[in-house]
Ligand binder design. Sequence first.
Ligand SMILES: Nc1ncnc2c1ncn2[C@@H]1O[C@H](COP(=O)(O)OP(=O)(O)OP(=O)(O)O)[C@@H](O)[C@H]1O
Ligand SMILES: [Mg+2]
Length: 473
Amino acid sequence: MIRRTPGATSTGSLILSPPPRTASLQTMAAYSSTLKRYLPKSLFWRAFLILVIPILALQVVVAFVFVRRHYDAVTEQMAGSVAREIGAAVQEVERASGPLEAERRLIALTLASELEMGFEHGVTVTPEIHREPFDFTAAVIAKTLRDRIGRPMALDFVAVRKQVDIRIGVHRGALLVVVPRGRVNPSNPHLLLVWMFTTALGLTVVAVIFLRNQVRPIRELARAAADFGRGRPGAFRPRGAEEVRRAGHAFLDMRRRIERQIGHRTLLLSGVSHDLRTPLTRMKLALAVAEPCPEIEEIGRDVAEMERMIESFLDYVRGEGEDLAEPVSPVALADEIAGDFARQGREIERTDRIEAVGSPLVPLKRSAMKRCLTNLVDNAATHGTRVRLTVRLTRKNLDFIVEDNGPGIPAEHREEVMRPFTRLDAARNQDAGSGVGLGLAIAGDIARGHGGTLLLEDGTDLGGLRAVVSLPR
Ligand SMILES: Nc1ncnc2c1ncn2[C@@H]1O[C@H](COP(=O)(O)OP(=O)(O)OP(=O)(O)O)[C@@H](O)[C@H]1O
Ligand SMILES: [Mg+2]
């Protein structure tokens, strides 16, 4: 749609805008988002609803349409046969010469049928019906009797339980008939419904049990995948339906491939680093016996630097080694690191924020996590004069927070310094130790190996850098 801005001149600007969404589309979207909010999230409950709603709908339709109609037809037939008997009685009474004769004829009829009948002389009958409000079959019975007999009729369904009192206007008076309720409509019609609902309930219970068994393997697969991401590979055996089993096997294949690749890379890198050590040692020996002069000293410094680099390189590679997660107290770990630094004369402030109830232990690859935190604290102590290490433990998360009062890292460089061998401008670092630029890369890798993240942000308290290792529990 092309819309001209108000006040635009003939050469004015044209604004292209999409056609407005119709109101009905918007309401539909609103409805579906409301529905989504109330629908269950888990596969089990969704499948349960998919299963139970049709069963319930079917029951309701069958009960209200089919059973009702069938029940009414049977009622009509039964009431019809009673109407024939009453019709015969009406004829007998009207054929009688007087009230006594009528009584006598009725007694003979009563003996032959189950209906109690009597004659009242000289009364007139006004058509009426007394019934319970929800007694819908009473209406069907009354209609059938009236249609078949064709006389004024008063029916009372409530005076006596399980019986109908009928007065029929006849010549010279009224015929009184007492009909047992069981003669005019089928007894215990609710039994069918009871059977239907109990069977449905039983079947639903069976279905729920089967459904649980179907959903469990999917849950197990999700858990195994999440555990692997957190560096805690556990035992997992694909089970369940064909598709779920296939997904499970695909996951296992993937896990094996990743483990193999990491293994190969680790082996390769550590092999190269190791092999470099031998010539380096030879060079160191040669330098030791050489005539001391400024050049030799310089070469000695370079060799020492190379040695340090290889050491950190091996450290980096070892970070991906296969040590397994074990329950570790994060507070004790943080205290241990602070203690290590204190022994080197570098004071670390320690705080804890424990918001979780329950076990203070968290599964961690202990030595790897210690290396990760040591790297962060080492950076902080190199760049700042105050360092604070905080453990924050909540029900779902474990955070280690390292803060310092140094210069911090500008936001635009934070991604870059996480890459291996990256150091911020050499001038800035000249006096601040000479690292290789692997510390943050190693720390980030270890955090990821635990399924977590390493985040660098502006320190709010101390004003320098704030590094947060955030791990799911
Ligand atoms: N707390 C910090 N404050 C200011 N700058 C930092 C801080 N931590 C890291 N940096 C910057 O990020 C760069 C990369 O840090 P990283 O730990 O990866 O390497 P490094 O400390 O130089 O060497 P290594 O840790 O391998 O000995 C550092 O060179 C430094 O410039
Ligand atoms: Mg460092």
